[in-house]
Design a binder for this molecule. Structure first.
Ligand SMILES: Nc1ncnc2c1ncn2[C@@H]1O[C@H](COP(=O)(O)OP(=O)(O)OP(=O)(O)O)[C@@H](O)[C@H]1O
Ligand SMILES: [Mg+2]
Length: 371
């Protein structure tokens, strides 16, 4: 396994830079997800790393080797595509052997390498089956086995689970991560599914428009997004606009259409914002609680708003309760409440919504920008 470093990668198609001066540093053995919306440059970046596309500027280092100008087959990087790209008329074993032969592996070494790869994806029993007689999940594992059989320095996976149904996909997420850990692989995994990235990754690179907005462990990506884009792209959140009115003792006061909000002033990307700064306030729905007791005592370190319920969405394990902000354009407010126990709120109910000050996220916005 090897580390990977990308320095100032630029890729242009015509006038458009689809990868725009991107830096990324991945440790040996790490499982990193590239998470971002369609068209943000994920596949392009993988192709540049693999040597299947050239970059217009920047450098790619695998371990200590600068591979920027090396041909794809010399880089020793394994790739698993969304379509798996298996040969349907060959057996499972023949598919894996194909990659080894193509790399000039000595004949005597091929059978043991195939057997080892099949063992690591728990498909030894199916070595002689044709690909066409496998389920989607099994084919996915063959594709991984083929990629790891050559003992690559790095494995790149481009949405390898997107063809599977949800249940199988969730099983494969855990299995795939385990298989790659067992094989000691450094892996880069492309997905536009935020849950998948949270479940699988050591670290997540949130991509937007050819750049990386945030690169961090899943817990911080979710709980401490650095930009409104990262807040929006990963998980649900309440979001509404406000203006900073003051700051004291590490606490920021933000005036909003829903009422005054307190937030930590020493956290996040926009520390020490001056009075007058336009901001977006964000809160994760499970950090909020809602009560029909409107006379709850004020408490330090707790934000509290009283708002009418606009909509209730039942989600099995919980209920998502939406609130109406007092002004048009006032943003979206929602709380995740337990689905069982206690009376369910009804549309129009006035509830007291509260959450810890420390769970309030604040992002600077340009003056006049809508939430
Ligand atoms: N060969 C090409 N010629 C011109 N434009 C291209 C080419 N390949 C990709 N692009 C453009 O580059 C941008 C990034 O494409 P890319 O395939 O990397 O996106 P992606 O993040 O993988 O998206 P998706 O999630 O849909 O797979 C897109 O706007 C795409 O249209
Ligand atoms: Mg893609």
């Amino acid at each position: 396994m090897s580390s990977l470093q990308l320095h100032g990668i630029v890729k242009r198609y015509g006038a458009q830079a689809v990868v725009d001066g991107l830096d990324l540093s991945i440790a040996a053995g790490e499982f990193v997800s590239l998470l971002g919306p369609s068209g943000c440059g994920k596949t392009t970046l993988l192709r540049i790393i693999a040597g299947l596309a050239t970059c217009d500027a920047g450098r790619v280092l695998v371990g200590d080797t600068d591979v920027t100008h090396m041909a794809a087959h010399q880089r020793n990087i394994g790739v698993v595509f969304q379509s798996y790209a298996l040969f349907p008329h060959l057996t499972v074993g023949e598919n894996i052997a194909f990659g080894l032969k193509a790399r000039g592996t000595p004949k005597a070494d091929i059978a043991p390498a195939v057997a080892q790869a099949l063992k690591s994806v728990q498909l030894s029993a199916l070595a002689d089956r044709p690909i066409s007689a496998l389920s989607g999940g099994q084919q996915q594992r063959v594709a991984v086995a083929r990629a790891i059989a050559t003992r690559p320095r790095l494995i790149l996976l481009d949405e390898p689970l997107s063809a599977l149904d949800r249940k199988l996909r969730e099983t494969m997420q855990i299995e795939l991560r385990q298989m790659l850990r067992d094989a000691g692989m450094t892996a880069i995994f492309v997905t536009h599914d935020q849950e998948e990235a949270l479940v699988m990754s050591d670290r997540i690179a949130v991509m937007n428009r050819g750049g990386i907005e945030q690169f961090d462990v899943p817990e911080r990506i979710y709980a401490r997004p650095r930009t409104p884009f990262a807040l929006n792209f990963v998980g649900l959140s309440s979001q509404w606009a406000g203006q900073v009115t003051g700051q004291a003792d590490g606490v920021l006061t933000v005036q909003t259409a829903c009422g005054p909000i307190l937030a930590p002033s020493d956290q996040g990307p926009h520390k020490n914002m001056p009075a007058g700064a336009q901001v977006l306030v964000g809160v994760r729905p499970e950090r909020m609680t809602a009560s029909s007791d409107l006379r709850a005592a004020a408490a330090a370190n707790i934000n509290r708003l009283t708002l009418p319920v606009s909509e209730i969405v039942y989600r099995g394990s919980n209920r998502l309760v939406y609130f109406t902000a007092p002004q048009a354009g006032g943003g979206t407010l929602m709380a995740e409440l337990p689905a069982h126990g206690g009376a369910a709120p009804a549309t129009g109910d006035l509830l007291s919504l509260s959450w810890p000050v420390e769970d309030t996220l604040v992002f600077a916005t340009t003056p006049g920008a809508a939430a």
